[in-house]
Design a protein around this ligand. Structure first.
Ligand code: SAM
Length: 286
């Protein structure tokens, strides 16, 4: 028989396996019911920093064995965690947000899956997604690219490598490096709209959207404190000429129905699908 450790509620029984549990990125109210149930019901918690997770557990009135797990954990310790997850419910948390997203856990989950150990992921806060939703930048397509390199040349090269991607770019950033990153963006990706989302879910939450040069000027005057997500809007689509649109439509009609050809060209050019469909029908009836 299991003994309940929490005085708030009986401990739910969890099947053995690895439970990836997202935790708040600043506002403790953002923990999910399922995260609390899982932390309360698991047998042990693998965590990045036992002091940080210890504070969260104290706040939740939960007491569990905490096993330190991060990118430097030895293979032997990782194997111990995996062996435990075969017979017990083991939760994986990071200091804040979603484990594995610029946080430890990739090898543990990869090896758990390879070994056929059941694994499940409990969704919750992730700074990249909170920043994206708050920024007002296009969100139909986005690319999360972790932290930019620290060295100037490597940072500029990375930005150049991502320049043509037709998606909002999302980076994690730190206060001391923000001005340098904004300067590099102004140089390598001129004309792009940029957002700085800071202290998300916390008391001093702030999101500023402007050109990289303007944001740099602002943050040089007001050195940013706290945690930052940096976002860059996709490149502006070049306007396609009428002749090019006609040619694309004609080419598409060779292999597609009018409706499909219109949808295809609308996606590629950003032009109105209905107008393209009408034009495609005209072309077909000639
Ligand atoms: N796994 C976490 C997640 O899901 O968001 C991210 C961990 S990563 C080591 C930490 C970085 O995430 C910070 O340097 C910052 O760029 C970003 N971050 C975390 N919390 C944030 C917050 N409240 N506001 C803005 N950015 C945050």
């Amino acid at each position: 028989m299991r003994v309940a450790v929490s005085h708030h509620a009986p401990e739910p029984l969890l099947d053995p396996g690895l439970y990836i549990v997202a935790t708040p990125i600043g506002n403790l109210g953002d923990i999910t019911f399922r995260a609390v149930e899982t932390l309360r019901g698991c047998d042990a918690i693998a965590c990045e920093d036992t002091r940080v997770t210890g504070k969260l557990l104290k706040h939740l009135g939960i007491s569990k064995p905490l096993w330190r797990y991060d990118d430097h954990t030895s293979e032997r310790d990782r194997e111990r965690i995996l062996a435990a997850a075969r017979t017990q419910a083991i939760a994986l948390v990071s200091d804040a947000g979603t484990p594995l997203v610029s946080d430890p856990g990739y090898r543990l989950v990869h090896e758990a899956r390879d070994a056929g150990i059941p694994a499940t992921s409990l969704p919750g806060p992730c700074a990249a997604i909170v920043g994206l939703t708050l920024s007002g930048l296009p969100n139909d397509s986005f690319l999360f690219a972790g932290f930019l390199p620290v060295k100037d040349k490597a940072r500029a090269d990375r930005l150049a490598q991502l320049a043509q991607i037709d998606a909002t770019l999302i980076f994690y950033e730190t206060g001391p490096r923000l001005a340098k990153s904004l300067a590099a963006i102004a140089k390598v990706l001129p004309g792009r709209t940029v957002s700085v989302a800071r202290e998300l879910t916390k008391l001093h939450e702030e999101c500023r959207t402007a050109s990289a040069a303007d944001l740099r000027a602002h943050y040089e005057q007001h050195p940013p404190k706290g945690e930052i997500v940096l976002l860059i809007a996709p490149p502006e689509r070049a306007e396609t000429s009428v002749e090019d649109v006609e040619a694309m439509l004609l080419e598409a009609l060779a292999t597609m129905k009018a409706s499909q050809a219109a949808a295809h060209v609308a996606k590629a050019t950003g032009q109105d699908r209905k107008a393209l469909y009408a034009r495609a029908l005209e072309m077909k009836s000639r």
